[in-house]
Design a protein around this ligand. Structure first.
Ligand code: 5GP
Ligand code: ZN
Length: 114
C-alpha cells in the first residue's frame, strides 16, 4: 500500500526506532509512548485490520506474538508483566490501518482498559 504509514516504516522510507526486524515482522517504538516500554509489532505485508486475516496468516500472527514475548523478556518485563493489544476499527481506537500489536510494559496497567 503506497500511502500506508506502517508500510513505509517497514520499507525504511520513514524513520522509526526499530528494535527488531526479520523477514516477516518489524518492531519499533511507538512515537507517543503510553508506558516505559511501548513497541508496535507489525507484519511487513499490508493487512488493514484483524478482520482481513486469513488462515494463511496464522503463522504470521504467531510470529508477531512471539516477537512481543521475546522483546518483553529482553527488556526484563516477562516476569513483572506486560500487555499486548490489537485495536480494531473505530470504537476500539484503531488509527493506523495496518495491523499492529501494541506491547506495553513498565508500569501498572489498569483493567478494564479505557
Ligand atoms: P492505534 O491507535 O491504531 O491502535 O495505534 C497506532 C499507534 O501508532 C499509536 O499508538 C501512535 O502513537 C503510533 N504512531 C502513529 N504514527 C506514528 C509514527 O509515525 N511513528 C511511530 N513510531 N508511531 C506512530
Ligand atoms: Zn501498510
Amino acid at each position: 500500500m503506497s500511502d500506508c504509514l506502517f508500510c513505509k516504516i517497514a520499507a525504511g522510507e520513514i524513520p522509526a526506532a526499530i528494535v527488531h526486524q526479520d523477514e516477516a515482522v518489524v518492531a519499533f517504538k511507538d512515537i507517543n509512548a503510553q508506558a516505559p516500554l511501548h513497541v508496535l509489532i507489525i507484519p511487513r505485508r499490508h493487512i488493514a485490520t484483524l478482520n482481513d486475516l486469513s488462515p494463511d496468516d496464522d503463522g504470521l500472527v504467531g510470529s508477531m506474538l512471539r516477537t512481543a514475548a521475546a522483546l518483553a523478556q529482553q527488556h526484563g518485563y516477562h516476569e513483572r508483566g506486560y500487555r499486548t493489544v490489537f485495536n480494531t476499527n473505530r470504537e476500539a481506537g484503531q488509527t493506523v490501518f495496518h495491523i499492529h500489536l501494541h506491547l506495553l510494559a513498565g508500569r501498572w496497567l489498569t483493567w478494564p482498559p479505557g
